[in-house]
Design a protein around this ligand. Structure first.
Ligand SMILES: O=P(O)(O)OC[C@H]1O[C@](O)(CO)[C@@H](O)[C@@H]1O
Length: 274
């Protein structure tokens, strides 16, 4: 299949914004804030990965996602590991990842009920350029004042544990059952592997690469789709023109041509770099 420019789907969220990011139209004043923009694969296909932009003005819910095993037990196709590439952050922006100390499930549950779960979590300062990988099972909450790109397993199963009194549904039993009770540990990543190419995430569920501009031959194994996510710059691949803020899927072999100033992310499923 040739390169395919993906359509966008805008998602209203109570924690979203009215001022988005260059390349994305702002919602009208008085309308609901937009929190997420998803890149959608056409047709009925349910690809392995989903790419989103997130725009936050308030904290997201304290939440947790099931892993593949727990998802399969529920008849769901996959769990939800996710990773965030921070594009912009307010000076005091944070993301909560796991409890500060090991916690027992009853204590986690009680803290979710009385709201003290917020203080129980490890709120890490984040800034533009940071990359964080949250394996499924990690109790987490993305903070306010952030613009980021999320690369995730293609699942929308989110168990909300706490929502700061917002009137949205919670999923305490499901969430506590899949929550990792130990502190989050950052996954090691190889970083720069050749000029203009860094590996930001190397498994277990997907690879995320970062490329500088120039021409690059991409060879994906049979049956594997890659997602090209230009953060900056313009270019083309397989006759499809792209620019920052868009997303293109690729299969097979292709030449990606990118303007010299480009900053590109490239994601594909699995744990082995191509
Ligand atoms: O329940 P909330 O607060 O709207 O958050 C849901 C969002 O959180 C995320 O899981 C990121 O943590 C997104 O993929 C998802 O759309």
């Amino acid at each position: 299949m040739p390169a395919q420019l993906l359509a966008t789907h805008r998602v209203e969220k109570p924690w979203g914004r009215h001022r988005l990011w260059p390349g994305f139209d702002d919602p009208a004043e008085g309308s609901e804030p937009i929190g997420e923009i998803w890149f959608q694969t056409p047709g009925d296909a349910a690809p392995d990965l989903l790419i989103k932009y997130l725009f936050t003005s308030e904290k997201l819910s304290v939440q947790v996602h099931p892993d593949d095993r727990a998802a399969h037990l529920r008849g769901l196709p996959r769990g939800k590991d996710e990773c965030w590439v921070i594009l912009a952050a307010e000076p005091d922006s944070t993301i909560a990842l796991g409890p500060r100390e090991r916690v027992e499930s009853d204590a986690l549950r009680n803290a979710a009920i009385d709201g003290s779960i917020e203080e129980m979590l490890d709120w890490k300062p984040v800034r533009a350029g940071d990359v964080l990988y949250a394996p499924s099972g990690t109790v987490h909450a993305i903070g306010a004042g952030l613009t980021l790109i999320e690369v995730q397993q293609n699942s929308e199963t989110t168990y909300r544990l706490y929502d700061y009194g917002r009137p949205r549904e919670l999923h305490l039993d499901d969430g506590i059952a899949v929550a990792d009770l130990d502190p989050w540990v950052p996954a090691p990543a190889p970083g720069a592997v050749e000029p203009g190419r860094s590996i930001l995430v190397e498994g277990p569920k997907f690879i995320l690469e970062r490329w500088e501009g120039g021409d690059r031959v991409v060879r994906l194994p049979h049956g594997v789709t890659g997602w090209l996510i230009p953060v900056r710059g313009v270019g083309d691949v397989d006759g499809v023109a792209w620019q920052a803020g868009e997303c293109v899927t690729l299969t097979g072999s292709a030449v990606v041509s990118a303007s010299e100033d480009s900053d590109l992310l490239f994601a594909y499923p699995g744990d082995a770099r191509i």
